[in-house]
Ligand binder design. Structure first.
Ligand code: 13P
Ligand code: ZN
Length: 274
């Protein structure tokens, strides 16, 4: 159907999002990673261009409900700033085998390399979201936005406290993340332990803050997932500015949040209200 995988709209959407994140300054060096669960018809449209000759490798996690799924993923150690100009060198399509334990690269990373070191976290989050959203969510995005990371050095690492403060920072925040944000204490990145902790929280939340590290977001498509990251980072930036001007003097009340929820037809996470 296409002469190159690069022509497929899902690849173009991925590249656009990765580049936007880079331009926002959320991806120093190789910081951050992005994965997309490819639709059946999308993978069919490029199948003739894929290479099925490589060996399967362990994922480092078991994701049974993702067996035989395909993902577009950034490469480990690859710079987000290079994805737009050298796409095939920096991202890849991986296929999960029929046990959900192994993957192989079927396209991309043409100059060598492997998928992101956070592949276990990405795939475990996809696995949880496939069930929790009935297959609606397809994008998992990890970035290193400055202000979201900064607040984890001064606020208690508590999902309720951080969510409530970020909700207060911009009236639209409870509309964009009504369930709130889950917080993971500092852990070594790249392994199964942080993947398990994150995916547990992803059962409930669409965004997870990794203390002193970054943010993971889940969403239906590239725009919505990017928009969630952008909203969280902007709210965190407002908080940093408010603190630098002497701290909160007045704010939105919990009754205000409840009124907003009623008018916008939201189900706000009551556990995070007082
Ligand atoms: P990768 O280069 O392996 O994707 O790692 C970047 C990162 O942000 C790890 O958390
Ligand atoms: Zn990271």
């Amino acid at each position: 159907m296409y002469n190159s995988v690069l022509e497929a709209p899902f690849v173009k959407g991925y590249v656009k999002m990765a580049n936007e994140g880079y331009e926002r300054g959320w991806h120093e060096r190789n910081g951050g990673n992005l994965s997309y669960r490819i639709k059946k018809e999308e993978i069919e449209s490029v199948k003739a261009l894929l290479d099925f000759s490589k060996e399967f490798t362990p994922i480092g996690a078991t994701v049974e409900n993702l067996k035989n799924e395909y993902f577009l993923v950034s490469g480990s150690g690859k710079f987000f700033g290079n994805i737009k100009s050298a796409t095939e060198e920096n991202i890849c399509i991986v296929e999960v085998d029929d046990t959900g334990k192994n993957y192989r690269i079927v396209w991309g990373l043409v100059a060598g390399g492997r998928p992101t070191s956070e592949l276990p976290a990405h795939l475990m989050n996809h696995s949880v979201k496939l069930t929790a959203t009935n297959g609606e969510h397809r994008v998992i995005y990890h970035a290193h936005p400055v202000n979201a990371i900064a607040i984890t050095f001064v606020l208690p690492l508590d999902s309720k406290i951080i969510t409530h403060l970020l909700w207060e920072m911009m009236t639209e925040c409870p509309v964009i993340f009504p369930q709130g944000i889950g917080v993971v204490e500092w852990m070594v990145p790249g392994g199964e332990k942080i993947a398990i902790a994150s995916s547990e929280l992803m059962k409930k939340f669409d965004a997870i803050l990794w203390a002193h590290h970054g943010v993971f977001c889940s969403g239906i498509d590239f725009d919505l997932t990017f928009g969630l990251m952008d909203t969280i980072e902007k709210a965190a930036e407002i908080y940093v500015k408010v603190q630098s001007m002497g701290g909160i003097k007045q704010s939105i009340t919990d009754d205000g949040f409840r009124e907003l929820a009623k008018d916008f037809g939201l189900t706000l996470n009551e556990d995070f209200l007082n």
